[in-house]
Ligand binder design. Sequence first.
Ligand code: GEK
Length: 322
Amino acid sequence: MNQWFNQFYQHIACTDLSHWLNTLPGQLQHWQDQARHGDMPKWQKVLNNLPELTPSNIDVRTQVAIGQAEDISDGERKQLTHLLKRFMPWRKGPFSLFGIDIDTEWRSDWKWDRVLPHISDLSHRKVLDIGCGSGYHLWRMRGEGAELVVGIDPSDLFLCQFQAIKQYHPDPAVHLLPLGVEQLPALKAFDTVFSMGVLYHRRSPIDFLAQLRAQLRPGGELVLETLVVEGDIHTVLMPEDRYAKMRNVWYIPSTDALQLWLRRVGFKDIRVVDTDQTSLAEQRRTSWMENESLADFLDPNDVNKTIEGYPAPLRAVLVATA
Ligand SMILES: Nc1ncnc2c1ncn2[C@@H]1O[C@H](C[S@+](CC[C@H]([NH3+])C(=O)[O-])CC(=O)[O-])[C@@H](O)[C@H]1O
């Protein structure tokens, strides 16, 4: 684990992110100390056992595909498939690794297709993805030419899934750090900050938006994706308890209310560039994620309602300038 992070420290040492080194090594050391007690030692062994294989080709621009089926033997395919399955449930993807299709719960590529046409060209930009999951979008951001891609996500399993992919494509410009957004100092250095699928999990959404802004250089771009509801500037849904069986959902604003929140924390040039109701084809149970999925979270008699009777998941993408 040390080598994952040391590579990152070296990468940022001579950049305008160098002041992050005042807090980051201590936080990651603390994470490592905690991780000794959970599932991490078991997953670390799986990572260590991944076979050494060399991909003949890599595509992170149109998909995340590393290597082809012909690069490896049948025995290696069986071994790799078996080890990758140890990291189930695979939620965000899909990934293709030496012809093994990791068919994840989410078609994160569809989200990317909705976002990409509306954002500034990522070439030569430093980008941060807050709540990046397994890092699927990190690879696609790099595929668009970003100079440095940093993801943060507090889930140890997602970190391991990311490292499994990175083992076969050790791009030194793509990093995932096991941090929560609340652990970030005001870095004020990223050209683009993404946060997709996180706002509704935050108890203090206004503070969250201010934290996102604090990571951007002046004039930098925020790309925010979150659940929204139909309604006017005064409409915000707070579920009584669960929303689509999720326990940790707090605020689901209308796009008008969300734009007001963004204005209040100082964002400018705010645009709603996409809204889309999540389909049963985009989020579903697969052989790589065998738990309940969207079909189980919706009213069996009305797919426009959650099982609790709230409006079914509608997601918006907003772009704004710091
Ligand atoms: N405090 C926190 N700080 C940062 N991340 C957090 C925090 N708490 C939870 N997360 C992370 O936020 C991600 C949300 S999922 C979106 C993934 C991707 N962006 C996607 O758009 O597909 C959507 C969903 O689960 O509803 C998870 O990976 C959490 O671990």
